[in-house]
Design a protein around this ligand. Structure first.
Ligand code: ZN
Length: 75
């Protein structure tokens, strides 16, 4: 007999329900490079649009301000 454990925990839901999650996005830094087709390279490192925190690679949430990085950048 097998028992299946049902878990209803969602990774997208904040532990503290009273605090509204901040939505932000990563701003990638560009470096001009003549050898590139587009004329520049987009670095894997980026900064948080909410608090300006610098990270070396994209994450689901900002490690500093805990913003959820699912916002769409304005053009
Ligand atoms: Zn941040």
């Amino acid at each position: 007999m097998t028992r299946s454990k049902r878990r209803s925990d969602s990774p997208m839901m904040p532990e503290d329900g009273s605090r509204k999650a901040v939505h932000a996005y990563w701003i990638h830094q560009k470096v001009n490079n003549a050898s590139s087709v587009t004329g520049y390279f987009i670095l894997p490192s980026c900064i948080c649009s909410n608090c300006g925190n610098y990270v070396t690679s994209e994450r689901d949430r900002c490690p500093k301000c805990r913003a959820v990085m699912d916002a769409v950048p304005k053009k």
